[in-house]
Design a protein around this ligand. Sequence first.
Ligand code: SDX
Length: 434
Amino acid sequence: MNKREIKTAKLTVDGDTYQLPIVVGTEGEMAIDISTLRSRTGLITLDPGYANTGSCKSSITYMDGENGILRYRGIPIEQLAEHSTFRETAYLLINGELPTKQQLDQFSARLNDHSLIHEDMRYFFQNFPRLAHPMGILSSMVNALRAFYPEIPERSEEEEINITFSRLISKVRTMAAISYRISRGHKVVYPRHDLSYCANFLNMMFDTPVKPYQIDEDIVAALNVFWILHADHEQNCSTAAVRLVGSAKVNLYAAISAGICALWGPLHGGANQAVIEMLQHIYENGGDPVPFIKKAKDKNDPFRLMGFGHRVYKTYDPRVKIMKKMCIKTLKKLNIKDPLVDVAERLEETALKDPYFIDHHLYPNVDFYSGIFLRAIGIPIKMFTVMFAIGRLPGWISQWKESVDDPQWKLHRPRQVYIGKTKRDYIPIEQRKE
Ligand code: SDX
């Protein structure tokens, strides 16, 4: 029977049979709709980590983990990386269509208008401990944006939301650069109206009065690709956090701040920092990947190959091929010989021949080469995940927008199976046994 003709699933419990509707996606994915399961059967499902559970229907990003496919609004990531810019891809994700020239110019003008931050916010940056991790600073400061930019009643809800989108995409980039400059005790560099989104970021990071930053269009183009590759990835951990927090109808800044916190984790976006630390450690211990692959396979050893494995991709992450090519091209352009590239390639080659990695479908993911690129363009390792966050903003925003516009919107509130103590009485303290 053709998949699309399957309309229901049968569930038999204790002799009773229930028909549950099947939902079929535009790419043929199928799901059992269990939204009436508890009311009809008294049963819930249990799925730790939600590996088998869809939280929503979405039109934004399509991933095929078995075949290594990634498309934003139907357009393959390979085409966007080759032809688009980060601004244009952000517009596509949020609005659903590629912009006309006029729409893109208006979007760019709005990003420029909202690129500065409230001057009083600088005092926050100046008072964080110098060694504070930039992801903790970023999530705090994004949450603080609501205090500095409260809703204006006279504005329509749609205008308020569009301005908030532009503020986030533009100001988060500015805040990341300001945070870096202040952490180094350097003079803050303001965004310029005559520079593009990516060129502005690089200039705000690296321009100094004594050594003006030379905008290199190849590096600007590479940074566009880096952020395009990170722009969205359907229901990953941080996007799920944004949707869950957003489901309580909290303001978007707070929901994005929650996404930044989730992304910080080394199992998620924090892996790009962990990969470089792992490669550096392998390099400092002779560069032979074999002992580390052995450790990664040892169930008694918590060590994992960072930048390897993925919940959805069971083959090459399509972003890796683009990232690796862009990384090697950038190193060549900057005439940088990074020994970690050889370590990474040896590690990749050795792991992909190992039965454990083959059997577990463990391949490099987006974080495996991204840190080598970031290091080459001068981004400090503690800012790697901030770079991921800036890229993921359009994805988080588009996913939040889709969830609040969803006619089936519901507060996210999972159930559980209780396995604790059954009913027992309170015991006064004098009767409790030591
Ligand atoms: C990102 O979801 C997204 O889309 C995320 C992301 C995005 O763009 O938003 O793509 C970005 O977060 C990429 C992932 C970055 N994280 C890492 O590189 C950290 C290292 N990778 C893993 O910890 C792991 O692969 C995860 C967390 C990414 C995915 O893990 P799963 O799907 O929860 O699988 P699992 O942890 O249950 O592992 C399944 C098996 C286990 O072995 P068994 O007990 O079944 O024998 O695979 C093994 C694991 O031990 N395994 C690894 C491994 N990853 C999984 N073994 C060694 N090294 C690894 N990296």
